[in-house]
Design a protein around this ligand. Structure first.
Ligand code: HEC
Ligand code: HEC
Ligand code: HEC
Ligand code: HEC
Length: 163
């Protein structure tokens, strides 16, 4: 009796906490917009819409919009395993989840309120390495990359957040 109880507890525990990267799917920027578009908290969605990341697919012409060799950097959609795509659209270009990780398991409010829980469920606070996956000379239009100045160009701080 006690032993089966322990087994049940263990199964529940593993089922809840043993999340792996395969469980994290891409939901798209609209899902983030629900909570990250308030001006008082920095309006990250609107801020992102004003960057070249949001319009990266518009730089591609004709068949380039379907070419894996281009969309692998010009869209989040083309850069990730297609099995992990939930509601993400290719037209979003380089969206939130390219830098912050697939959001399906961290976007609920109860999780997001905790940095620790969010990170355990796929949230990434990006460093230079994340940018360098795309910012490199594989693109003929590459102009060089400096983490500090490039981050300033896309920055979207939340003034209410404790660092
Ligand atoms: C249901 C509301 C909600 C949704 C949806 C949501 N977030 Fe959040 N997010 C929060 C809250 C609450 C915080 C904690 C900070 C705060 O209070 O503003 C937060 C914090 C963050 C942080 C900062 C973490 C830190 O500790 O520095 C990032 C990055 C982030 N969210 C990215 C995203 C992304 C990307 C998406 C979409 C995939 C998303 N969020 C969707 C509510 C949400
Ligand atoms: C998934 C690929 C990808 C990732 C990851 C990525 N970028 Fe980009 N970035 C692009 C593409 C593609 C463009 C060009 C968009 C266009 O104009 O078509 C771009 C453009 C930019 C620009 C505009 C440059 C200009 O000429 O004005 C800045 C600034 C920038 N990125 C900063 C960053 C920073 C900082 C990071 C990391 C925190 C990052 N990017 C991560 C793909 C990416
Ligand atoms: C390794 C990632 C990567 C690949 C692959 C890639 N690009 Fe890019 N592309 C970028 C980044 C990053 C930028 C921004 C350049 C910068 O600011 O240094 C960019 C910029 C551009 C721009 C200039 C946009 C502007 O506003 O100035 C065009 C056009 C472009 N890419 C077309 C293409 C085409 C066409 C392909 C496929 C043949 C392609 N790219 C493949 C990452 C990539
Ligand atoms: C190209 C990469 C990139 C994209 C795309 C991106 N972010 Fe960020 N995000 C960053 C970086 C780098 C930081 C930390 C530096 C800063 O404050 O901007 C950050 C910080 C944040 C923070 C915390 C701000 C703080 O004050 O600590 C939130 C919230 C956030 N992002 C949400 C989003 C949402 C929502 C989207 C999409 C609408 C998004 N981000 C798109 C790179 C990105």
């Amino acid at each position: 009796m006690i032993r089966s109880l322990i087994v049940i507890c263990l199964v529940t525990f593993l089922g809840t906490y043993n999340l792996t990267a395969q469980d994290f799917e891409y939901v798209g920027a609209k899902k983030c917009k629900m909570c990250h578009n308030k001006p008082a908290k920095g309006g990250q969605y609107k801020q992102w819409l004003g960057t070249k990341h949001a319009t990266a697919m518009e730089s591609l012409k004709g068949d380039e919009k379907k070419d894996p060799a281009c969309i692998k950097c010009h869209s989040t959609y083309g850069s990730v395993d297609s099995d992990l795509i939930a509601t993400l659209k290719i037209t979003e270009g380089v969206s939130c989840e390219s830098c912050h990780g697939p959001g399906s398991k961290y976007y609920p409010n109860a999780i997001m309120k905790s940095r620790e829980k969010s990170m355990a469920r796929g949230l990434i606070l990006p460093t230079k390495d994340v940018c360098l996956k795309c910012h490199n000379d594989e693109c003929a239009h590459y102009k060089g990359f400096d983490f500090k100045t490039y981050t300033e160009k896309i920055t979207h701080p939340d003034p209410t957040l404790k660092k």
